[in-house]
Design a protein around this ligand. Structure first.
Ligand SMILES: [Zn+2]
Length: 249
């Protein structure tokens, strides 16, 4: 059951105190920015369950603000439907929790490693969606067979070598397979997408899952054709500069 308002107020005060002691938090403005980010993590946690990308407590997601070496991440083993913003843990880039809140996700080392290596990444979503997980189980990469995937992922979704969940070894394997693209499969485990915001990482999760399904079905019909490196580069650049309301030049 969701908690009472007074209990939530106490949690927020404790969390505020801990965050003020952290070097990256300079004032109330920063704190409320972080709280807003936590609210968004709760919101997108509900979305990944609703879309069937995860079941029960599996998967995890995180987000960070520009210029802050802190990220917020879902707690370990809690059902998405009961999460409140104050349940979302704040963690530094070494993967160390800030304050005394909930225990962060067991995949925190992987999230921290991605944020350290990829300054362009502001949000990470890890799911166990069915078709992407089927490719991960077979350890078969998802080739760049669809235009939307080429533009958003920037190439094939490669498979990170197997390592047990929650380990630094898995974090290293994920980084190696992710490179400068925006999605990666975790052998015998699931899929990770990264984006400039939670909305983009979520869109990628849905799109990679859809492409995995198309890939599997197209293998029934024959051999799917991959887009070339040049075609992929063009589509990626087009997406960054021209798609939707993007203003990037
Ligand atoms: Zn997982």
């Amino acid at each position: 059951m969701r908690r009472r308002a007074e209990e939530r107020e106490d949690d927020i005060k404790d969390s505020l105190q801990a965050l003020f002691q952290h070097r990256s938090i300079h004032g109330k403005g920063d704190y409320y920015m972080l709280l807003k980010l936590k609210q968004m993590v709760v919101e997108y946690g509900e979305k990944i369950v609703k879309e069937g990308l995860v079941v029960a407590t599996w998967g995890n997601l995180s987000a960070r603000e520009e210029d802050e070496e802190i990220f917020v991440i879902t707690p370990s083993g809690m059902n998405y439907h009961i999460l409140e913003p104050e349940d979302i843990a704040a963690v530094d880039f070494a993967g160390k929790p800030i304050g005394t809140g909930r225990k962060p996700s067991v995949e925190t080392p992987m999230h921290a490693a991605i944020y350290r290596a990829r300054p362009d990444v502001k949000a990470i979503i890890h799911t166990h969606s069915i078709n992407a997980s089927a490719c991960a189980a077979a350890r078969v990469e998802i080739p760049c067979i669809m235009e939307d995937m080429a533009s958003m992922v920037g190439g094939p979704v490669k498979v990170a070598e197997y390592a047990p969940t929650g380990t630094e070894q898995l974090a290293g394997n994920v980084l190696a397979a992710l490179g400068d693209r925006n999605a990666v499969l975790l052998a015998n485990h699931g899929v990770v997408t990264v984006g400039r915001c939670l909305e983009e990482a979520f869109k990628l999760s849905m799109m990679v899952e859809k492409t995995a399904e198309i890939f599997i079905k197209s293998r029934i019909l024959g051999q799917p054709f991959s887009l070339s490196g040049e075609e992929t580069c063009y589509l990626k650049d087009f997406y960054r500069r021209c798609y939707g309301q993007n203003m990037e030049k």
